[in-house]
Design a protein around this ligand. Structure first.
Ligand code: HEC
Ligand code: HEC
Length: 273
């Protein structure tokens, strides 16, 4: 019995490692677009820094690992390759990156994958990343969120139920979760489908018939990503329960309008508001 279990182990490891490798490529690609693509491409030529296509072929992996631990230290230590690169790239020193082992492994998997395919568009494998948004898209997302610009299909503004720290004196609704850190918590991978499906209580009913367009989903996502990037904690929701009732009233009003006819219930009939 034990022998069987031992024999099964390598197979299990293989089964587990395959998806893990694929995950590494996607994560590496995303990390690359977020933190390296300002200065590097993979296959589209030199920019501020060298084109990284095939970098793990032209250099030893151990060299790249040491270099990434601290480009500054590699240059200062007199490493000949690093110093040649600095000279070639106009004396611009690559800033230290602080990558975890997992992040570095993801990047390496991504580099290898690109070299194998012969080309690479970082981030192009999945939906457009929030970090690629222009200031105009972020601003448009804010206006949609706050209801300053109407949603194309007529859905209610998010501010009716959600707050974000960003919103000034008036404040948003407190019926549902404060979304300030939702993007940080959910990440690209969960936020993108969340805004597409709107599969949350109340939202499902409201936006089922009035979904956000693809562009609106993107702009709102970009806005929420922007909001989540500011690290100071939002104000405490100490009035949550009190304000929650106000928010609930607002939301029920919305639902009444959307579902039609039910918004004008007689006074006293709705004990919960
Ligand atoms: C602000 C610009 C900048 C950013 C951001 C940046 N780099 Fe660099 N990188 C450079 C420059 C410039 C060089 C050339 C060496 C030097 O001058 O420091 C370089 C060199 C490299 C090299 C060596 C290339 C070779 O041909 O051997 C690697 C590998 C590398 N960078 C990876 C990365 C990764 C991975 C990231 C993101 C986590 C990153 N860089 C972020 C500017 C940058
Ligand atoms: C009628 C009230 C209502 C409106 C309007 C509304 N939501 Fe929600 N939303 C909810 C509720 C309820 C939940 C689930 C419970 C919670 O997270 O508080 C939720 C959850 C979410 C979540 C998941 C939060 C997380 O961190 O898990 C996101 C993201 C979200 N809403 C985005 C939006 C966006 C974007 C809009 C505007 C297009 C919007 N909501 C409009 C009520 C609403």
């Amino acid at each position: 019995m034990r022998a069987l279990a031992v024999a099964a182990l390598p197979m299990l490891a293989l089964l587990v490692s395959l998806p893990a490798a694929a995950r590494g490529v996607a994560e590496g690609s995303q990390l690359f677009s977020q933190r390296c693509a300002t200065c590097h491409t993979v296959g589209q030529g030199d920019r501020v820094g060298p084109d990284l296509m095939g970098v793990l072929k032209r250099r030893e992996e151990s060299w790249v690992t040491t270099f990434l631990e601290s480009p500054g230290a590699a240059i200062d230590s007199g490493d000949p390759v690093a110093n040649e690169l600095v000279k070639k790239f106009n004396n611009i020193r690559m800033p230290d990156q602080q990558l975890t082992d997992d992040e570095r492994k993801g990047l390496f998997a991504f580099f290898r994958d690109c070299a194998e395919k012969g080309s690479c568009q970082p981030g192009a494998t999945g939906p457009k990343l929030a970090s690629d948004a222009t200031p105009e898209e972020i601003e448009h997302g804010r206006q949609l969120f706050e209801g300053r610009v109407a949603l194309a299909n007529g859905g209610p503004a998010c501010i009716g139920c959600h707050n974000v720290r960003d919103i000034g004196v008036v404040g948003g609704g407190t019926l549902a979760r404060d979304l300030t850190f939702s993007f940080a918590r959910l990440g690209e991978r969960k936020m993108t489908p969340a805004l597409k499906q709107m599969d949350f209580p109340l939202m499902k009913e409201l936006y089922g018939k009035a979904p956000l367009t693809d562009a609106e989903q993107y702009d709102v996502k970009a806005y929420l990503a922007q909001v989540s990037r500011d690290g100071t904690p939002p104000r405490k929701d100490r009035d949550f329960f009190y304000l929650g009732f106000v928010g609930l009233g607002v939301a029920l009003g919305f639902i009444g309008i959307v579902l039609g006819g039910r918004g004008r219930s007689k006074d006293g009939e709705r004990g919960d508001t």
